[in-house]
Write a protein that binds this ligand. Structure first.
Ligand code: NAD
Length: 479
């Protein structure tokens, strides 16, 4: 089964911050792979704009180097490298002054899709939006792509939304959450709304609880300043885990269309109850492999920033009243794993008696590694006398099920950038969603600050603080 590549229209993509880490590690490799897949037309162009003084040739060399480091080799890529590099241009430009803007204007092609990717620090989002307008670079086919963090709290997110709205209409603003670009996240919608099997059971009558785990093995090196101000709640829960929660909990949208989907996600966020302080565990990793803990890494011996959060959330609506959602995420943990577990209730009555034990179905959606879906079902234990039951996984690893041609599907950035060019906002966050997520997050963080809360230490390479286990245990459940 070979997946079809649907070509996009000609475009000019301007990457502000084109020399930066995100551009070199994610955006340009993603564009390269789509180029190799034949998804862009010949005439499409990428113009990097950044502060460094660089010739176009030097920029192309930088990108060639990055592709060697960050784009895993696939067939056809060596032959395509020169063709790709020829489509790259570079402008030295300052987001905070007029320098370079006329040169950029001269490089843009009229009458085609124009996308401006803001791959710069958030303090430059507003100046960039203002200057794009002031230099009359925005056409009706213009889109802007804004990276996280989208604000630091509700107030700053509102300010940013207002600034962007002064220059662009909502249909032009693409707020990226790369989790939404993951193959399995979209598969979550396909599984829920493309099958008759699950949706009738997808409610508090049949679902005992839902767990969302995003565990990382990496620490915070290289991002110390940002992380120290953000912490796990702002860096992961307010955006990535919240988006996963929305997709798992939302009502079926009438159509797979940007506003229909985002309306339903917004309703979920607005139905979230405030979280009780005793339903949250904060942690901070105590020691890295080289002996330094979080505080040493960020250079703040009194830091109370959390590198781990586990919490229990409730959605107050007809579908979910009474079903808890357990969310957890952390850095420097034992394994890198992102998974959503939907734990169904036990059968109401066991005809097999107590000896058969207790069994309940569970659906696991693995985002990484080894994307796939597993359904745990109960069957008879083979060969035993009497009726003894065991649980077995019905496992669908996408790489295996879909054949070798699909072993390596487009990554999140590949998909999302092509969606920007196509003008499809379904997998991007709307301004009101982001604000609603901050409105839920802010009181949690304010509560920690008011109480002088100090995160619990946990060992690097562990599963997180012991209290996170207790959070579940108290409810008679486990992660
Ligand atoms: P970076 O510091 O590596 O790169 C910043 C880029 O901005 C550089 O190209 C620099 O030349 C340019 N720049 C800085 N000041 C400028 C100015 N006044 N005018 C024009 N260009 C200027 O940063 P990064 O890690 O690439 O992050 C970029 C954005 O993406 C940030 O908002 C970050 O939070 C976000 N982000 C990054 C990652 C990541 O993995 N790096 C992941 C998610 C989100």
């Amino acid at each position: 089964m070979v997946s079809r590549v649907i070509p996009v229209d000609p475009f000019d993509l301007v990457i502000f911050g084109g020399t930066g880490d995100l551009a070199q590690r994610k955006i340009l490799p993603a564009l390269f792979r789509r180029f190799c897949a034949g998804q862009w037309p010949e005439s499409a162009r990428i113009i990097a704009a950044a502060r460094s003084e660089l010739s176009t040739d030097a920029f192309r060399k930088l990108v060639a180097e990055s592709l060697r480091s960050y784009a895993p080799r696939r067939s056809g890529e060596v032959e395509n490298l020169q063709g790709f590099l020829q489509r790259l241009d570079y402008v030295q430009l300052d987001a905070l002054s007029t320098g370079g803007w006329d040169e950029l204007a001269g490089k843009l092609t009229p009458d085609r899709v124009r996308a401006f990717y803001f791959s710069v620090g958030p303090s430059l989002f507003a100046p960039l939006a203002e200057r794009i307008r002031a230099h009359a670079l925005a056409t009706k086919d213009t889109r802007i792509v804004v990276e996280k963090p989208f604000g630091h709290d509700l107030e700053s997110a509102r300010d940013l939304n207002a600034t962007l709205a002064a220059h662009f209409y909502e249909g032009q603003i693409y707020r990226i959450d790369h989790y939404l670009g993951k193959e399995t996240v979209q598969n979550l919608m396909a599984v829920r709304f493309g099958n008759m099997l699950f949706e009738p059971l997808w409610n508090s009558q049949y679902v005992d609880h839902i767990q969302i785990t995003v565990a990382e093995t990496v620490g915070v090196k290289g991002r110390e300043d940002y992380y120290e101000r953000a912490g796990a709640m702002r860096d992961m829960v307010q955006n990535h885990l919240m988006q996963l929660l929305c997709l798992i909990a939302m009502e079926p949208p009438a159509k797979f269309d940007p506003d229909a989907v985002r309306d339903e996600k917004l309703k979920v966020i607005r139905a979230l109850d405030p979280v009780e302080p005793h339903h949250i565990v904060r942690g901070q990793f105590a020691a890295e492999a080289d002996g330094s803990g979080y505080r040493e890494v960020v250079g703040n011996p009194r830091s109370t920033t959390e590198s781990y959060v586990a919490l229990k959330a409730h959605i107050s609506n007809w579908r979910w009243a009474g079903t808890p959602f357990y969310l957890r995420t952390g850095k420097q943990l034992v394994a890198r794993s992102s998974v959503i577990n939907v734990q169904f209730k036990d059968a109401p009555h066991s005809i097999f008696g107590e000896a058969a034990g207790r069994h309940a179905n569970a659906l696991s959606i693995r985002l990484q590694p080894n994307e796939g879906i597993t359904l745990k079902v109960t069957i008879k234990e083979p060969g035993q006398g009497g009726m003894r039951l065991i649980d077995v996984p019905l496992d669908m690893s996408f790489a295996e099920a879909l054949g070798p041609e699909n072993q390596d599907p487009p990554d999140a950035y590949e998909r999302l950038i092509m969606d920007v060019i196509r003008g499809n906002q379904t997998l991007f966050m709307r301004g009101d969603e982001v604000e609603a997520a901050w409105a839920w997050t802010d009181p949690i963080i304010a509560g920690w600050q008011a109480r002088g809360d100090v995160p619990k230490p946990y060992d690097s390479g562990s599963t997180g603080p012991g209290d996170a286990e207790l959070l579940m245990k108290r409810d008679g459940r486990h992660w």
